[in-house]
Design a protein around this ligand. Structure first.
Ligand code: MN
Length: 253
């Protein structure tokens, strides 16, 4: 059977020249990590037409939600905080639609950084719009002036979760490149990891379907860290099983 397809929605990048049209872009580390564990990644443009979006979604065996800017707080019923950074409403729309489809249909979802926030909000949760100003006792979660693979803080992983099984341990060191975080966890999800200050660093679906989110960036750690690579391997394995089922093969085929 052919490789499982992993769809990765992109984001808009405006040209410095105002007259030039924007581009759809995505960091290469995500496609690298997916391909490395046997998935076939493709990038998803931020189209408007829902029928076209559905056609692209139907080609996916798994949805990967990548890192990026802040979600529009209107998505969880709040006005913008002064600390809110870049919002990309087209990306918000495409990711929300595809996340709704995937969660309701049980298509595997792996969500990273902004992605875990997207899953939480789509499923009915909320966010801290700015951790440093809203959680005064929080540790540093935005590791400015450090390389993206720098391990900024520890995370406690909850035993019995998918995350714990993938990582093979309870206390890990992660990178941290976020100024927002989950506030109210969405109904139907459980917290799978927390930082020492209590900030949520992992959630996953409680209904047995594969919807796993992490607040750090395993795609840049997976190059040298087999536990981080296993997060992608387990996701792609779920996508492989989903593909076999949707195409009518037995899993052994
Ligand atoms: Mn963090």
């Amino acid at each position: 059977m052919s490789l499982p397809f992993i769809g990765i929605p992109t984001h808009n990048e405006r040209s410095k020249d105002d007259l030039a049209p924007p581009s759809y872009v995505m960091r290469q580390a995500y496609t690298w990590a997916v391909e490395e564990v046997g998935g076939a990644p493709f990038l998803v443009p931020l189209l408007s037409d829902k029928t076209t979006l559905r056609a692209l979604y139907d080609q996916m065996d798994g949805l990967l939600l990548a890192g990026g800017g802040d979600l529009d707080p209107a998505r969880y019923g709040e006005a913008p905080d002064p600390h809110l950074l870049d919002v990309d409403v087209l990306r918000d729309r495409v990711e929300t639609i595809m996340t709704q489809w995937a969660l309701s249909e049980g298509k595997p979802v792996f969500a990273i950084c902004r992605g875990i926030q997207m899953v939480n909000v789509t499923a009915g949760g909320t966010l801290y719009q700015d951790v440093p100003s809203m959680c005064p006792s929080s540790i540093t979660h935005m590791q400015r002036y450090r390389p993206r693979h720098y391990r900024a803080h520890t995370v406690e992983v909850a035993p019995g979760t998918r995350l714990h099984k993938s990582l093979g341990g309870s206390r890990i060191q992660v990178n941290s490149l976020h100024h927002q975080a989950i506030k109210d966890v969405a109904p139907g999800f459980v917290v799978s990891a927390r930082a020492a200050d209590g900030i949520v660093e992992g959630i996953e679906s409680a209904n047995g379907k594969f919807a796993v989110g992490v607040q750090w960036h395993p795609e840049v750690l997976a190059i040298e860290d087999t536990a981080m690579r296993q997060l992608f391997a387990d996701f792609v394995e779920e996508a492989r099983a989903y593909r076999a089922q949707r195409l009518g093969f037995s899993q052994a085929a």
